[in-house]
Ligand binder design. Structure first.
Ligand SMILES: C[S@@+](CC[C@H](N)C(=O)[O-])C[C@H]1O[C@@H](n2cnc3c(N)ncnc32)[C@H](O)[C@@H]1O
Length: 200
C-alpha cells in the first residue's frame, strides 16, 4: 500500500518520464476505451484527462489508498468524462459481473498483492467481448537488463510502495484473455502494452 509520502512524490517523480514517453503511451492506449470503463489502481489520476470524450460514458476509478485517492480528486473533477472514485482493492471489486465495456490497468499489477486474483476480477466485471487495456513496466527479455533489474528490485520495492520491478504479468493476462495487440519496448525499464478481449 502506498504511503502519504509516496502519494506526494508520485507526480513530481513521474513528471519527466511522462513527458519523455509515458503520457503518449497512455493517450494512444486510452483512445481505445469505450462505454463504461473500470480503471484499476487509478493512483493520482494521470489517465483521467486522457479519456476520449463521447466514446466513454463514465470511468469507475478504483484505488485502495486514501492518499492517492485524495490526489486523484482534482483530476476526476476536470476529466472530460464523468469519473467516480471508488475506494476498493483490485482483488475484490465491488461491482456485479459483466458491468463494464473496458478495463484499464496502467502501472498497477506491479503493486497489487495478488495480481492473479485482480486479473480474475477484471475478467468477471468485464462483459463478454469487452476490452482490457494494459500498460505495465515488465521484466526485461534481455539478460543484461534483467540482471540489472534483479539487482535493483529489492531496494526499488521498499522505496516504491511494494512495486515489483521485474514482474511478468503477460502470462496471467493471456491465461484469462485473448491478447489481440501487443507492443514491447526493451530497456532498463521495459514497457509492455496489451489490448486483450474477454471471451464468452
Ligand atoms: C505505480 S501506481 C500507478 C497509478 C496509476 N495507475 C498510473 O498509471 O499512474 C500503482 C497504484 O496501484 C495501487 N494499488 C496497490 N495495490 C492495489 C490493489 N490491490 N488494487 C488496486 N490498486 C492497487 C496503488 O495504491 C497505486 O495507486
Amino acid at each position: 500500500m502506498a504511503s502519504r509520502l509516496f502519494a506526494a512524490l508520485y507526480d513530481p517523480v513521474m513528471w519527466l518520464p511522462e513527458r519523455w514517453r509515458l503520457t503518449a503511451v497512455r493517450r494512444s492506449l486510452l483512445r481505445q476505451a469505450r462505454g463504461r470503463v473500470i480503471e484499476l489502481g487509478v493512483g493520482t489520476g494521470l489517465n483521467l484527462p486522457l479519456y476520449p470524450k463521447g466514446a466513454v460514458q463514465g470511468v469507475w476509478a478504483v484505488e485502495p489508498d486514501p492518499w492517492m485517492l485524495a490526489r486523484a480528486r482534482g483530476r476526476a473533477r476536470r476529466s472530460p468524462v464523468p469519473v467516480e472514485l471508488v475506494q476498493a482493492e483490485g482483488e475484490k471489486l465491488p461491482f456485479p459481473a459483466a458491468s463494464f465495456d473496458t478495463a484499464v490497468v496502467t502501472l498497477v499489477l506491479c503493486s497489487v498483492a495478488d495480481p492473479w486474483r485482480a486479473v480474475h476480477e477484471l475478467f468477471r466485471v468485464l462483459r463478454p467481448g469487452g476490452t482490457l487495456l494494459v500498460f505495465e513496466h515488465v521484466r526485461s527479455r534481455s539478460p543484461a537488463y534483467r540482471r540489472l533489474q534483479e539487482a535493483v528490485a529489492p531496494a526499488w520495492r521498499r522505496m516504491a510502495a511494494g512495486c515489483r520491478l521485474d514482474q511478468d504479468p503477460e502470462p496471467l493476462i493471456a491465461a484469462r484473455f485473448e491478447v489481440v495487440a501487443r507492443t514491447y519496448r526493451d530497456g532498463p525499464l521495459p514497457l509492455l502494452t496489451l489490448v486483450a478481449r474477454r471471451g464468452r
